[in-house]
Design a binder for this molecule. Structure first.
Ligand code: AMP
Ligand code: MG
Length: 345
């Protein structure tokens, strides 16, 4: 079985082709880079519309796969930016109809967990999902993937990007800040906003820019921001680990490429006798291979959609998505026997 997956939730247009052993046969991606300011959904969608047909062709060519060898077409249904999602979904529907193959909608956040799970061999890890628009701690229990904690304002990646642009840099800010922060050593106090298992970053953004205006060197600021923000993420992950009594953590999202964040999470979980895993960069950032792999899992369960039922869901909630494959493989808890949400009295 071979599934082609299309990712287009935000900046990245990507096409992956994956076989039933989770071997990535091909991965072709291109990221929209705004020249000024943040991401504009319409501009990013135009980028995806323009590039996706070529990325499909490139993936087929790179993977030496003929269209008739593709068994299903999966696409990211949500959550994400509406125009961007629609660009990917339209291409997926078109391929599904042209090739007469099933169409498989996939949740983007679940796909980050599933690719990390299959690559690591960890059966029931907690996911720290740290990307541009999303910052969430996700765990599987009682039949669903559930968001235990998340950002109350902006995603960690957007925060890093805005900060770097505010410091005179260009998008994307995360990797540039990482290089800058490596040379820093002096910790300047910044707002540390952890609320239960949730976090917030906008106060830190304002405070960091104010420190810069007072003359704190960019290097020290980058160092202080990384240490503070990644401590917050490590803390909420540890809370989830302690609460769920799990000792496995996987990382996903572009910010999870950061060595300091990886190191802090590793130190935390190893201190508790557990293990951590982060996929290689190409499978950590948004990518079509994770959509294709999750498409395999969904396809086995018959979770296919007719074209008229395949509308994108920009606000799709992870805990409303069915993941029946988890009942059989890897959950250490029985399926729920009580309603998942208490019904009103
Ligand atoms: P994603 O939204 O998952 O595609 O990831 C994009 C985000 O990851 C952007 O906000 C980048 O600034 C951020 N990012 C990428 N690499 C790194 C890194 N090494 N350290 C911190 N942030 C990063
Ligand atoms: Mg993502």
């Amino acid at each position: 079985m071979v599934v082609l997956g299309i990712e287009s939730t935000a900046h990245t247009a990507s096409v992956g082709i994956v076989d039933e052993e989770a071997k990535v046969l091909a991965l072709a991606s291109d990221m929209h880079r705004p020249t000024a300011g943040g991401i504009h959904p319409r501009e990013a969608a135009n980028h995806h519309v323009e590039l996706l047909p070529g990325l499909v062709a490139k993936a087929l060519e790179d993977g030496h796969v003929r269209p008739k060898e593709i068994d299903a077409v999966a696409f990211a249904q949500g959550p994400g930016l509406g125009p961007c999602l629609r660009a990917g979904a339209t291409v997926a529907r078109m391929l599904s109809l042209a090739w007469n193959r099933p169409l498989v909608p996939v949740n983007h956040c679940v796909a980050h967990v599933e690719i990390a799970r299959v690559l690591s061999g960890l059966t029931d890890p907690i996911l720290l999902y740290a990307s541009g628009g999303n910052t969430q701690v996700i765990a599987y229990f009682r039949g669903r993937y559930r968001v235990l904690g998340e950002t109350l304002d902006i995603g960690i990646g957007n925060f890093l990007d805005k900060l770097w642009i505010g410091l005179g840099g260009t998008f994307p800010g995360g990797p540039a800040l990482e290089l800058e922060a490596r040379r820093g050593s002096e910790l300047h106090p910044l707002p540390y906003s952890v609320h239960g298992m949730d976090v917030a970053f906008s106060g830190m953004l304002t405070a960091a820019l104010a420190l810069r205006a007072k003359g704190v060197p960019r290097t020290e600021l980058a160092y202080s921001v990384e240490v503070t923000a990644y401590s917050m993420l490590t803390e909420i992950t540890e809370r989830a680990v302690a609460h769920r009594r799990r000792n496995e953590v996987v990382l996903g999202g572009g910010v999870a490429c950061n060595e300091r964040l990886r190191g802090m999470v590793r130190e935390m979980i190893e201190g508790r006798g557990g293990t951590t895993f982060a996929p290689p960069r190409s499978l950590c950032v948004d990518n079509g291979a994770m959509i294709a792999w999750t498409g395999h899992l969904a396809l086995e369960e018959g979770l296919v959609a007719a074209v008229e039922e395949s509308a994108v869901q920009p606000r799709q909630r992870t805990d409303l998505v069915l993941t029946p494959w988890r009942e059989r493989n890897g959950t250490s808890r029985p399926a729920p026997t009580v309603p998942l949400l208490a019904s009103p009295a």
